[in-house]
Write a protein that binds this ligand. Structure first.
Ligand SMILES: Nc1ncnc2c1ncn2[C@@H]1O[C@H](COP(=O)(O)OP(=O)(O)OP(=O)(O)O)[C@@H](O)[C@H]1O
Ligand SMILES: [Mg+2]
Length: 132
């Protein structure tokens, strides 16, 4: 099952956040984990609106052995990030913001991948596993 949210404006950030939180709740994540997952989703959605104009966020249930988790993929075809390592540094922002969105998101999830090529957009994928 894959759920998809198109992201192009502020209200979509809220919708994606709520959809992710709902799925996390259905999967039986704790309220704390639901909040962390919702936060991670809104950071990625916010970046799409701020830096790429539009994109898509997809949620799905994922398994590894007997473990169950939520996988979230945020994708856009915006300008991309020229130096991904730099963008993952605390405090780096081209938008006069805190520059904590991406590094903070990495810290609150279990698996985190970011891929970007200038001119070809950004794809961020994360997984959060349910505790055993
Ligand atoms: N989807 C994206 N497309 C293009 N550039 C991006 C994208 N997401 C992030 N970036 C770049 O990476 C930088 C770091 O992103 P990050 O989310 O960590 O910080 P921020 O958005 O600047 O500030 P904060 O999230 O703390 O409000 C951004 O300033 C921007 O330059
Ligand atoms: Mg951000």
């Amino acid at each position: 099952m894959i759920e998809s949210c198109s992201i192009s404006q502020d209200s979509d950030v809220v919708k994606a956040r709520q959809a992710g939180r709902r799925l996390a709740e259905q999967l039986g994540f704790s309220r704390t984990d639901q909040a962390l997952i919702a936060t991670a989703i809104s950071e990625l959605a916010r970046n799409i609106v701020n830096y790429a104009d539009s994109g898509v966020i997809q949620f799905e249930v994922t398994h590894s052995g007997r473990r169950e988790g939520i996988q979230v993929c945020a994708r856009d075809k915006g300008p991309g990030i020229p130096d991904v390592e730099l963008a993952m540094t605390d405090g780096y922002s081209t938008g006069k913001s805190l520059g904590l969105g991406l590094p903070g998101t990495r810290r609150i999830v279990d698996e985190f991948r970011i891929a970007s090529e200038p001119g070809k957009g950004v794809t961020v994928t994360f997984v959060k596993w349910k505790p055993k």
